[in-house]
Structure formats: structure tokens, C-alpha cells
Design a protein around this ligand. Structure first.
Ligand code: UD1
Length: 423
């Protein structure tokens, strides 16, 4: 296993390009199996999760070819409709294949994803939505067994759950509804830009979807979808992470080829801390200060503050000039990074789904362990701002979702290297 060694206190300056959005690419690759023929998708980030998804597509019988950030998926000969535990356990987002598989084959056998370190990950909304489309679903030996032998039929579906909308449940139900008979209305659909991106991809394949980007989607089923060519949106979470790397080091960092309109809640909170932000059509620049103000944050489904930037923002707020409170409303247990940030000398206490962050004057380099994808990024941010050396173990989590992470940081002037872990 590899670890990162970070020498802190280097001021980051310069520009990095945003990569394609992981959370768009995964459901889009999954949806590509609904069309016979070869789909060509551009702006594909080189990520572990993308490799895992393409391995699953190959397992199903697709031909997948990567070249210079483009992937071609030939799904003509797909002949399996099962997703075994070995795949699902390494990447929960493989659940995004459930709807497309049912739409294409009228059946699927899918390993239940189970929980993960950011908390329980139920799939009741996925199941409820698909049942409303006429899918017979039962749980058998840890697998979801789905049968739509009688055909998919459009319906009215309220898809809200205890924590609001669900991104991948919306993706699954929307995909299945595109090939259902009649009209489907999804109320309380997720509005994340990645869902909009998936919907746009489906429309390019011939789907009929109205209300894209809103919480109410109306889908008129079509008989067939055709393979298409598409370019995915930039990754807003990666963008936010690099902007915070600039801000926490008191530097000046520009993320190019990004979409500022997808980061409204995040940029609003960042500017409330006193950090100067300049945005253009497809770039964002942050100009850091020596001091910044505390802020209170509530994570919410889009357009609220994204849970996927919560850990990184927490790292930044450990050095604010006062007390910040973060309330996690999407994954209320997503705070494992708080204990690790305290190893740098931060002062974070937890109270249920709230984290209280008392700003400290400085962080000191520490030996820490990454627990999940975004927590890993938060620990790197703390390491960049800390005095001395930081060792971050289990960084494999990070490569699930950040393309060329240390190369990009190095290009901004960070002192970070990857080496074999000694434990
Ligand atoms: C997606 C993102 C993930 C992000 C999350 C929330 C992908 C590949 N992953 O995950 O990075 O952190 O959205 O923005 O796009 N829930 C239920 N029942 C369900 C499904 C979800 O109660 O059937 C709950 C979850 O436990 C959670 C909340 O709804 O509390 C939101 O989860 P959801 O939007 O489904 O997350 P994912 O789509 O899995």
C-alpha cells in the first residue's frame, strides 16, 4: 500500500484543469448498456472507480476501449445481467447499473451494497421506484433479484426518503423509465448536476425527458435508445478541493475548465469566510488570506452545500478565526475524518450529526489514516497547511475519485510524494 508524505507550509500558486466528473461518468457508463451499438464518451477521468465500472461492463459482455480521455463502449453483445459481490463491494456506485440492466434485459441479479464508512447505505428508494414501474423485486442470499418480465410501465413515483432525494435512485428509476411503456413522473428527483448530465446523455440517446434539472421529471417511454457521442461535465467536487488547497495555504489557485454555476453553495460559504473568489465562464480563482472567518454549514442535496465537500471544508475551517458548526444532513455519520484532523492539533468535537470546529492557530504535521475518498482529500489539505511532515496512509481511497491528484498539487508548488507505506 502507498502513502503520501506531505511537507506543509508551501503556498500554492497557479492553475490546474478540472477533470471529468466521476459521479457523471459512472451512471453514464452504466446507462450506455441500454443502447445497442457503440457509445463514445469524452472527458473521462482516469480513476479507479472508472476502471471498476469498465471491468463490470466487460464482465457483462461489453467491449470497452479507452483512448486519451475518451471511452468507447460497445454493448452489442452484452449477455449477462448480474453484478456479483466482488464488484459491488469495491464500488457502491455499481448500483447505477440496476435500472439500465432491468431496462435492457427485463431482469437483473445484483449484490446488495451494504453499509460503508460514511454510514448506512440503504437502497429502499431504488427498489420502491423500480417496483412502481412494474418490476418484481425480492432479496435472496444478499442479492436483489429483479424481474420485469411483464414489461416496464410508466407510473407516478414519489422518490423522497428520510434524507431527501437520492442521486443514484433517481438515476436508476430515470434510466428504467426511458424504456417503459407510457409516462413516468418522478417527484422529488435529485437535482444534482450529474443527474442533469445523465438525463442529457439519455436524451441524446433518444429518450424523452422533460423537467431536466428540476425535482419533477416527466419521462415518456420510447421503444429503443441508440448509441451516441457525449462529453461529461467537469468534476465540481475536485474543483472545490483544489480551490480549498489554494485557500488553506494562503495561495492563489485557479481551476480551469470547470463549471462555476455548479458550485454556488460552496462558493457562497467560501466567500463568507473572507476568501476572495473570481469566477468566469469556465474558471474559478481563489486568492487566499492569512486569516479567515468561521462559517456554519449545513450539507444538503443540490443546490445545497455538497456532502462530498464537507470533509475538505472542515479541514479548512480548523484554521478559521473562531467556531464553525457543520451539520451533516445527507450522511449524518460522515465524520470519521474529524478524529484524524484532531491529530494535526485541530479542535473538533462531534454532537450527533453536528461537528463543532474551534479554529486553532496552527496545525502540526501528523501520521494519519484515510478512511474514505473525500476524507483522504481533507487530510491532504490539512497536511499542506500544517507545519512539518505529514504521513497519510491508505491513500488508495483517493485514487477512486481524483485524477493525477499529487501531480496537480505538485504543479501548484506542493511538496507531496507517494511512497510505499512501511506498516
Ligand atoms: C451519490 C454520490 C456520492 C454523494 C451522494 C450524496 C455517486 C456515484 N455518488 O451517492 O458521492 O455523496 O450521492 O450527494 O453519484 N438513501 C436512502 N435510501 C436509498 C438511497 C439513499 O435512505 O434508497 C439515503 C442515503 O443513506 C443518504 C441519502 O439518501 O442518507 C442520499 O444518498 P444518495 O443520494 O442515494 O447517495 P448515492 O446516490 O449513493
Amino acid at each position: 500500500m502507498d502513502r503520501f508524505v506531505v511537507e506543509g507550509k508551501k503556498v500554492l500558486r497557479g492553475s490546474v484543469p478540472a477533470s471529468g466528473a466521476k459521479n457523471s461518468v459512472l451512471p453514464i457508463l452504466a446507462a450506455s448498456i441500454m443502447a445497442e451499438g457503440t457509445s463514445v464518451i469524452h472527458n473521462i477521468p482516469e480513476l479507479q472507480d472508472v476502471n471498476t465500472m469498465s471491468r463490470i461492463l466487460e464482465y457483462l459482455g461489453a467491449k470497452v476501449r479507452f483512448k486519451n480521455g475518451t471511452v468507447e463502449v460497445d454493448s452489442q453483445n452484452i449477455n449477462r445481467c448480474d453484478a456479483p459481490y466482488e464488484f459491488v463491494k469495491t464500488m457502491r456506485a455499481s448500483i447505477a447499473l440496476l435500472g439500465p440492466m432491468i431496462a435492457r434485459f427485463s431482469r437483473a441479479r445484483f449484490s446488495l451494497p451494504g453499509g460503508c464508512v460514511i454510514g448506512p447505505r440503504p437502497i429502499d428508494l431504488h427498489i420502491r421506484g423500480l417496483q412502481k414501474l412494474g418490476v418484481d423485486i425480492r432479496i435472496e442470499d444478499g442479492y436483489v433479484v429483479a424481474d420485469a418480465g411483464r414489461g416496464l410501465k410508466g407510473n407516478y413515483i414519489f422518490l423522497g426518503g428520510a434524507f431527501g432525494s437520492s442521486v443514484l435512485a433517481t438515476a436508476n428509476v430515470m434510466c428504467a423509465a426511458t424504456l417503459a411503456k407510457g409516462t413516468t413522473v418522478i417527484e422529488f428527483a435529485a437535482c444534482e448536476p450529474e443527474i442533469t448530465d445523465l438525463a442529457n446523455f439519455l436524451v441524446k440517446m433518444g429518450a424523452k425527458i422533460a423537467g431536466i434539472g428540476s425535482p419533477c421529471l416527466t419521462i415518456n417511454g420510447v421503444k429503443k435508445l441508440k448509441a451516441t457521442e457525449y462529453r461529461v461535465i467537469p468534476d465540481r467536487i475536485e474543483t472545490g478541493t483544489f480551490l480549498l488547497a489554494g485557500a488553506i495555504t494562503g495561495g492563489c489557485v485557479t481551476v480551469e475548465k470547470c463549471q462555476p454555476l455548479h458550485l454556488g453553495a460552496f462558493l457562497d460559504k467560501l466567500s463568507e469566510t473572507g476568501i476572495e473568489i473570481i469566477t468566469g465562464r469556465n474558471f474559478i480563482t481563489v486568492k487566499g488570506n492569512k486569516n479567515w472567518k468561521p462559517v456554519d454549514i449545513v450539507t444538503l442535496p443540490y443546490p445545497g452545500f455538497p456532502t462530498d465537500l464537507q470533509a475538505q471544508m472542515m479541514a479548512f475551517l480548523t484554521l478559521a478565526d473562531g467556531v464553525s458548526v457543520i451539520t451533516e444532513k445527507v450522511f449524518p455519520e460522515r465524520f470519521i475524518h474529524a478524529g484524524e484532523l484532531n491529530r494535526f492539533g485541530a479542535s473538533i468535537s462531534l454532537d450527533g450529526s453536528k461537528a463543532i470546529i474551534k479554529g486553532v492557530e496552527k496545525l502540526l504535521g501528523a501520521r494519519v489514516m484515510a478512511s474514505d475518498l473525500r476524507a483522504s482529500a481533507a487530510l491532504v489539505l490539512a497536511g499542506l497547511a500544517a507545519e512539518g511532515t505529514t504521513y497519510i496512509s491508505r491513500i488508495y481511497h483517493l485514487f477512486r475519485g481524483y485524477q493525477k491528484f499529487e501531480e496537480k498539487l505538485k504543479s501548484l508548488g506542493a511538496d507531496i510524494k507517494r511512497e510505499k507505506d512501511i506498516v
